[in-house]
Design a protein around this ligand. Structure first.
Ligand code: NAP
Length: 293
């Protein structure tokens, strides 16, 4: 039976431990503050008194704590460095790319395997067929923990050997999510000001999501191949659309910072000569440092 330690029993760590137990693994758990492991112990987890004890009793060690500093505290705790040798650490705390590289170096120096991960969903969405977790690190270490990862989510995306790849891709997906969310909230304010039901707007956005995602996948192809011949949507259409959004938001007396920013970005792309190219050509402006206003 696979022996796994889960260090950190916050919302996410607790869910990870539950899923590993459900998958029939032997699960050691530890949390800095006592008292968070009672339900897990009832479900069959073995509660360790300190992180080193949990690491010693496991083959695979999952860390999921608040941040990089918390990971460091665990790695620096008495006995952990020695106990890690020969085992694999699956580091699922969200970190920056620089922090991911630093942790990977520390763990490699301890003669342990290491996989860095970035969880893309909330705890209640874990363990589903479409649960996405980004991982990167040595392929041999990935192979050693495939079963552990499979228990946590059905869409494990292995991004290669680079220690910081998962953290970098995490920032890329977050950039998409926050950009789209800011635009969505702007639209909510506009619809609401016009007296419309925001729930209807939410329903429309939900129905549009799969085709919008397919459109983005198409644009990714244009960027990857650096081929911006118009195949779906000329950039000029979006220049006009974002100008109209900015005008409507201003006319409604709303905060226009978000549409102004997007409209300016697309105007810059058009002025750089990309108006008659595919929408994705805007990436060519984003590849350069920002122009002075
Ligand atoms: N929750 C989500 O929706 C979500 C989604 C994706 C990714 N994540 C990532 O998952 C990680 C954990 O999130 P969470 O939601 O479980 O957070 P959380 O509920 O706030 O729990 C944080 C955990 O970190 C521990 N911790 C904090 N500082 C520590 C230290 N110095 N030494 C040892 N342990 C320490 C806490 O222990 P104590 O109990 O002792 O305070 C607790 O177990 C984060 O990196 C987060 O970005 C979370």
């Amino acid at each position: 039976m696979k022996q796994v330690a889960v260090l950190g029993l916050g919302q996410m760590g607790t869910t990870l431990a539950q899923l590993l137990l459900r998958a029939g693994m032997e699960v050691q758990v530890w949390n800095r503050t006592a008292g968070r492991s009672t339900a897990l112990a009832d479900a069959g987890a073995i509660v360790a008194g300190n992180p080193a004890a949990a690491v010693r009793a496991a083959q695979v060690i999952v860390i999921c704590v608040h941040d990089h500093a918390a990971v460091r505290d665990i790695l620096d705790a008495d006995g952990v460095a020695t106990a890690l040798a020969g085992k694999v650490l699956v580091q699922l705390t969200t970190t920056s790319p620089q922090e991911a590289r630093a942790i990977a170096e520390t763990v490699a120096a301890l003669h342990a395997g290491h996989l860095a991960g970035a969880i893309q969903v909330a705890p209640e969405q874990m363990g589903q067929p479409d649960t996405t977790i980004l991982v990167s690190g040595p392929a041999a270490d990935h192979d050693r923990v495939r079963d552990v990862l499979a228990a946590l989510g059905g869409n494990i995306v292995y991004l290669g050997e680079q220690a910081d790849a998962a953290a970098t891709m995490d920032l890329a997906t977050l950039s998409y999510i926050y950009g789209a969310a800011a635009g969505f909230f702007q639209g909510a304010a506009l619809a609401e000001r016009a007296g419309m039901d925001v729930r209807t707007y939410g329903d429309i956005a939900q129905a549009m999501a799969p085709s919008f995602a397919a459109f983005l996948r198409h644009e990714a192809e244009a960027i990857a191949t650096d081929d911006y011949a118009i195949t779906q949507s000329p950039l000029s259409i979006s220049v006009d659309a974002t100008r109209r959004i900015e005008e409507a938001v201003r006319a409604a007396g709303l905060n226009a910072e978000v549409p102004a920013l997007v409209a300016k970005l697309l105007r810059n792309a058009a002025q750089a000569g990309y108006a008659r190219e595919e929408f994705a050509a805007v990436v060519k402006v984003l590849r350069e440092p920002a122009h002075a206003a």
